[in-house]
Design a protein around this ligand. Structure first.
Ligand code: ZN
Length: 122
């Protein structure tokens, strides 16, 4: 992830927040993914945050991401979002994978979310 790219709005993400997001199941370049989520999030009215990106609610203010919460698959209104699909991070074989907790399977909604985060152009 290139933090020097001038067209991309940088958000500050603390180590603590990165750790928290990791505990919630984010993996890999967690800081970069949070920054992307903040950048591409939409305004959201929720007691736990003011921006939303897919299953995640963020509190963003003053150029910083202050909090991140996972609001869960129940929020999705798209048919099929809770259907199981092979995990995109281990190609469904589980293995050493924190995304699927070694089950090899995630929901279609989460798989789409991860693909969107990774495809976001920085
Ligand atoms: Zn996996």
């Amino acid at each position: 992830m290139d933090a020097e790219n001038s067209s991309y709005r940088e958000f500050e993400v603390s180590d603590e927040l990165v750790e928290r997001a990791r505990e919630m199941g984010l993996f890999g370049n967690v800081r970069g993914r949070i920054k992307k989520m903040a950048h591409y999030s939409t305004p959201y009215t929720h007691p736990r945050g003011n921006r939303r990106f897919g299953e995640f609610v963020l509190t963003v203010g003053g150029g910083r991401v202050v909090s991140i919460e996972k609001i869960g698959v129940g929020i999705s209104m798209l048919a099929g979002d809770n259907d199981p699909v092979p995990c995109p991070d281990c190609d469904g074989d589980g293995g050493f994978c924190l995304t699927c907790n070694h089950t090899g399977v995630v929901t279609r909604g989460l798989a789409a979310e991860l693909a969107r985060i990774d495809a976001a152009v920085v």
